[in-house]
Design a protein around this ligand. Structure first.
Ligand code: GLV
Ligand code: GLV
Length: 323
């Protein structure tokens, strides 16, 4: 009997091709670049053996129940898995595939780009050129903060945090601090010093959040967090929006408690265009594009398709999440 697969979005051809050539499968696809409406998701997964989803699809008990007992595997086109109710998935004995490693470099590059754009005020500068605000070369105009000689604090020195650190070290960073649950052996590659989070916050010129979203990190960057940072410090988050309390961030930015923030992730996503954060010159917001290079997205699609097939066939998955 044919196995049924539901794909929640158009995916890059590297993945679509694998799925369309998969023997023994019927694939149905939400054939759009926009998210599948919840009702269509619940209908689409009915009787499915496999689901290929994105981080914007909430995979909870309702979806699992809608799919029913055939469901063997959920493959997400993302490294993050906070959109999936893992306890419910585990209870049902369903396997999960995800895409670590392949997006590490792209995400680290984007983080460095966002950090520099925020610290050196690039969006403001671009805007001034366009709106006639550029009247001459001025010694005191559009000054920001540089990396050379600075102290950088990375909250969560995982795969991506390490890749960010390596890149930042090349800019002449003097000290690289990191915090998290445990010290990491790989920190030696960047001379990283494991410190309590309070120390990291009070000593860093740049605070980069690169942890995963868990009950421990949910809302971690709050009023107390920002109040411990230097007034001249730059805050950057390329992990998950919910790690930040955005009202507290707004207060910290508008009151001058910290210098600036660069965010690639927000709550909600998309961030409404009338959101208070978007009124601030010292807040640079990107639309969750950390892994968005052509090649990385192609590789993610390939990997998520192969994860899905492995799960359907009951064989190895190239990147299976253990949980
Ligand atoms: C992106 O945020 C991902 O989880 O892949
Ligand atoms: C800047 O362009 C300089 O010449 O200092």
């Amino acid at each position: 009997t044919l196995m049924k697969v539901f794909v929640t979005r158009r995916v890059p051809q590297e993945g679509a091709r694998i799925l369309s050539q998969a023997a023994g499968c019927t694939v149905s696809l939400w054939d759009s670049d926009e998210p599948v409406p919840r009702a269509e998701l619940l209908k689409g997964v009915e009787g499915a053996h496999g689901i290929l989803c994105l981080l914007s699809d909430k995979i909870d008990a309702e979806v699992l129940d809608a799919a029913g007992p055939n469901l063997k595997v959920i493959s997400t086109l993302s490294v993050g898995f906070d959109h999936m109710a893992l306890d419910e998935i585990k209870k049902r004995g369903i396997r999960v595939g995800y895409t670590p490693d392949v997006l590490t470099d792209a995400t680290a590059e984007l983080t460095v780009a966002l950090l520099l754009a925020t610290a050196r005020r690039l969006p403001e500068g671009v805007e001034e050129v366009k709106n006639g605000g550029w009247s001459s070369w001025k010694p005191l105009w559009l000054c920001g903060y540089g990396l050379s000689g600075s102290t950088v604090g990375v909250v969560g020195l995982g795969r991506i945090g390490l890749a960010i650190s390596k890149r930042l070290k090349a800019f002449g960073v003097k000290r690289l601090l990191y915090s998290g649950r445990t010290a990491k052996a790989h920190a030696a590659e960047v001379d990283g010093e494991f410190v309590p989070q309070d120390t990291l916050l009070s000593e860093s010129d740049f605070v980069v959040v690169s942890c995963s979203l868990t009950p421990d990190t949910q809302g971690m960057c709050d009023k107390a967090f920002f109040s411990k940072m230097k007034k001249t410090a730059i805050f950057v988050n390329t992990s998950r929006g919910s790690v930040v309390n955005q009202e507290d961030l707004y207060q910290a930015l508008s009151s001058g408690e910290i210098a600036a923030a660069g965010l690639d992730v927000t709550t909600p996503e998309p961030l409404p265009t009338d959101h208070p954060l978007l009124t601030l010159k010292n807040c640079v917001v990107l639309p969750h594009i950390g892994s968005a290079t052509y090649s990385t997205r192609g590789i993610m699609a390939d990997l998520s398709a192969r994860n899905l097939l492995g799960g359907l066939q009951g064989t190895d998955m190239p990147s299976e999440l253990t949980f």
